[in-house]
Structures are given as C-alpha cells and as structure tokens.
Design a binder for this molecule. Structure first.
Ligand code: XMP
Length: 509
C-alpha cells in the first residue's frame, strides 16, 4: 500500500505547495479540509499529518480548528505557521499577538538538534509570515529554534512525534526547507521515499483494470495534455477496450489535428474515431460575433458531434476524463465571479450515462506531464501550453471564417516558432496571436495595403488567475513581426499586447 501524508488545510495559500513538496520527497500526499474528524483520519491510516498555515489568528472566534482526537492517534504531526500555533494552543501552550510580527526573510537560530534540524541548519535564512507568535510551548515540548521576534520558532515533542515550525519550509525562500520536510518525513515519521511516476503508473493501471473490468470505454481527446495523458494511461491498462474520439473543430492551431491523429493512432496504437467537423463548426459560427454566443455554439456543437460519434461504440460504459488534482480540491470552494463561460471541449454534460474513469485525479499538472513522457507521448503534446477549449474561435475577434482561421494559424505558428527558437518557451505561460476585426493601411513594395493586424499576446503566470505581460526581448518581437508580415498574406501590421490580468484577461474573448 502507498504511504500517504495528509496535509490538513486551514485556508493556506500554501497547502498545495506543501503537498507538492512532500511528493517531491517521493512520498504521496493529499490535501484534506480541517473539519475532517479524527475517526476519518484514522480510517485513512496516513503515515503523517501536516497542518498548513492559515490567514487567521488561532485566538479569534471561528478560527479553523481540528478535532482534538487527532493528537491521540499516534500519527506524527508537523504544524507549519498557523498549524504550529494551533498545536501549541490545543496542547496547553500560549499563542499571543506580541505586536511584533515577521513578514519575509528572517534569520533563524537553531537551539537544539533533536529531530528536525541537523548541523547544516544551525543558522539559516527562513521565510516568515505571522502576526501572532507562540510565547509558551506546551508541556513536554522542547523549543528547538528561535528568531528575533519568534522566541518559539520551532518546537518538538519527540516521544509524541509532534512538531511545529513558525516559518514556511515549503517556500523556495527557505533554502533549507526541503531538508526539514525530509527529516520530518523520513526520520520522524519513518516514511520511505518510494513514490515515483513509475509506481504511480503501475498502481493506476491496476486500479483502472479493477474499475473497468472487461467493459468498453471511450475518451474524448481534445489535443490538450490532460486528455492525452489520461487516454494513454487508460490504453496502457485496458488496450483495445478503449476507443478515443477526436472531434476536429477546425479551430485548432496549425497542424495540431494531424498531430493528434498521428500520435494516438500511429504511435500509441489507440483506436481513434477522427471526426473532421470543421465545416459544421464554420456553418454554426457564420454571422456569430458575440464572444459568449460563440462559446455556446462551439460547446453545443461539440457535444452533439461527440454524441453521434459515440453511437459507433454503443456498448461503452465508461468515459475517461482528464480531471486533475487542483480541479478536485477546488471544486466546491470556487466562488469566483463568472468572467467567461469556460468550455472545455472534451468537458461533457453531467447527464451522460457513463461512469467516469479519472486516472489523473491525484496529480498536479507537471506530474501529469511526467506521466505523459513516461508513457511515450511526444514533447509537443506533453509540454503544450494551455489552450482554450473553443480554440482559435476566441482568438478571432468578430465572425470566425475559414480564411481568418488560416491567417491566424500561420501567424500563431510563427509566434510559437520564434519563442521556441529563442529558448523562452518554458518561461512563458501562454504565447499566441490574436486576429482583431479591424484593418489598417500600410505600404509594401510601393503598393498600398489594407490588411489585418496580428496582435501578439505572451504572458507569464502561475495559475492563469493573474498574469503579467511577458517582457519579451525586442529582437524576438522584431523577428516575430517581420516574419508574420513577410510570410502571412493578409497581415500588414503587428502589435504587442502589454495588458496584465487583471484588468485584461489572457484571451481576448
Ligand atoms: P482568461 O482569458 O479568462 O483565461 O484569462 C484563463 C485561462 O483559461 C484558458 N481559457 C479557457 N480554457 N475553455 C478552456 O478550456 C475556455 O473556454 C477557455 N477560455 C480561456 C485561457 O487560455 C487561459 O489559460
């Protein structure tokens, strides 16, 4: 059985990061909400618990707490920031607002090397973010580190295997943070660093076989990373029982449709129904200019076409979905205002009569990429940037026509090629071209031109919730611009979008 570490989330920005760090130490981890009961935790038999930070003071009413029964389960616990304060408070210590919080880089002095620290840690720089501080440790705890304004910056009770640190070992600004996490995991909790992508694939294959049995299964491939990796993994598990459906909307980037067919049919040997539906999408989009209306047309058509295609696999009982871990933990807590209705082409309605197979539910995006590479998918698919479900349909302002798609595909390909040539691909979240619904006058070879501008959009981001325009070198922008104008008929001007998100969005529609 896989050893699991549960990260108890007290509303931290960092709970996901903590789970990542544990996995980087090759121990599997998952996030659970703080209202989980001690009995529920006991049932899952975790190898250890980590209490995350949180935005509140443990002393205010309504501050998130934990079922006190967890302290008696004899499971090793590490509390981080708020988590450490909660442990201190719950077990009889004192936490108070000393009037001297610490925010940012701080010097830590290690007082005792019991379990969590070793010789290299004696004086180290750590990242703090707290206004309250533990002023009195609970009985039975030793104070093992202090900083200027946190007299109890680390504490431990070795016999109960309960530990706390006021600082954030999970962030990159705490250089020795991962070493501390590893000592907690390996020394205090006795975990073995055995969780790897190979072991993940073996376990997932086993689980998929158990779930699906001998039944037929289908998967809608969008060309994106998640559905591609999910399909390859399910295929590894059940082979010919899987049929993929690829609805080519005609709104994908240059050569992308061919690449999906080539990869899945030829290289992976997966049975693939390739529906070339560009004409139907262009017909549906004729005369439609309003962004939300376009999304609606594309989403509905996709579902209708997928339904037709699935009729050729009448006995299919299971549907593969590329749901990822962040989607799982965020669902239910998302209350952001609707800015755009996101259609995941490949995201299907709830009333489908299928059981879902979601083999990537436990993974973060970069872990999915690793699994994809391990399964032999090419870099062009595995390292792909996010791409909106409605595709180029939302990057062409105004009516979407085959001519405009052809122009945009060429311009967009140049943007991506030049970024790749400059070695900047990995540092950019998304980079693409947009085709607005205006034309301007220019002059080329003594001739007056009247053509479209191409707008280059390149952003940096961590999660697409906020983004900044990428400071691309002028030379890169210049080669993009001159190639687009020289190589793409119909375009006579290039502009660069320097809007961050907010106030802009990443896409133009
Ligand atoms: P915006 O434009 O809202 O985009 O800043 C945030 C991220 O979501 C992607 N995006 C979509 N993805 N279906 C999708 O699957 C959609 O309809 C859609 N619209 C935007 C966008 O590319 C960016 O990564």
């Amino acid at each position: 059985m896989t050893e699991t570490v549960l990260v108890v989330d007290f509303g931290a920005q960092y709970a996901q990061l903590i789970a990542r760090r544990v996995r980087e130490a090759h121990v599997y981890s998952e996030i659970v909400p703080h209202d989980i009961t001690a009995a529920e935790i006991a049932e899952r038999r975790p190898a250890a618990l980590i209490f995350s930070g949180g935005p509140k003071s443990v002393n205010v009413e309504g501050a998130p707490g934990i079922d006190p029964g967890v302290y008696d389960l004899d499971i090793p616990i590490l509390g981080i920031c708020y988590g450490a304060q909660l442990i201190a408070r719950d077990l009889g210590g004192t936490v108070s607002n000393t009037g001297r919080g610490e925010y940012g880089r701080c010097d830590l002095t290690v007082l005792g090397r019991e379990v969590l620290f070793d010789h290299d840690d004696a004086h180290q720089s750590v990242w703090m973010s707290h206004f309250d501080a533990i002023v009195e440790p609970p009985e039975g705890f030793v104070v093992t580190a202090a900083s200027a304004d946190a007299p109890v910056a680390a504490l431990e009770n070795e016999s109960r295997r309960i530990f706390g640190v006021q600082y954030h070992p999970e962030v990159a600004h705490t250089p020795r943070g991962q070493a501390l996490m590893e000592r907690f995991l390996y020394v205090a909790a006795g975990c073995t660093p055995s969780w790897t992508m190979d072991s993940f694939i073996d376990v997932a294959v086993q689980q998929i076989r158990e779930q699906v049995g001998g039944a037929r299964t289908i998967c809608a491939l969008s060309g994106g990373v998640d559905s591609a990796v999910a399909a390859a993994l399910v295929h590894r598990a059940i082979g010919d029982q899987l049929t993929c459906v690829f609805v080519d909307t005609g709104l994908m980037r240059k050569n992308e449709g061919d690449q999906v067919v080539e990869t899945f049919r030829r290289h992976q040997g997966i049975e693939l129904i390739h529906v070339e539906a560009a004409d139907r999408f262009f017909e549906g989009l004729a005369g439609v200019t309003e962004p939300e209306a376009k999304r609606k047309v594309i989403g509905e058509l996709f579902i209708r076409i997928f339904e037709d295609a699935k009729a050729s696999v009448p006995d299919a009982k299971f549907l593969v979905q590329g749901t990822l871990y962040p989607d799982v933990i965020e669902s239910g807590t998302k209350h952001a205002a609707k800015i755009k209705s996101h259609h995941n082409v490949g995201g299907l309605p709830d009333d489908f009569d299928f059981d879902l197979v979601e083999p990537l539910r436990a993974l973060f995006k970069d872990e999915v990429r690793q699994v994809g590479s391990q399964l032999g998918l090419p870099d062009e698919i595995v390292q792909r940037q996010p791409f909106p479900g409605p595709g180029l349909g939302v990057r062409i302002i105004g009516e979407v026509t085959p001519d405009k798609v052809a122009i945009l595909q060429e311009a967009d390909a140049i943007v991506r090629e030049e970024l790749h040539a400059a070695g900047l691909e990995r540092s950019i979240w998304q980079s693409f071209a947009v085709l607005p619904d205006i034309r301007s006058v220019g002059v080329m070879g003594d001739e007056r031109t009247y053509g479209y501008p191409a707008i280059i959009r390149a952003v940096t981001s961590d999660d697409a919730m906020t983004a900044d325009w990428a400071r691309l070198p002028y030379e890169v922008l210049e080669s993009m611009a001159s190639r687009i104008i020289n190589e793409v008929p119909g375009i006579n001007r290039v502009a660069y979008d320097i809007t961050s998100k907010p106030p802009g969005t990443i896409e133009w529609e």
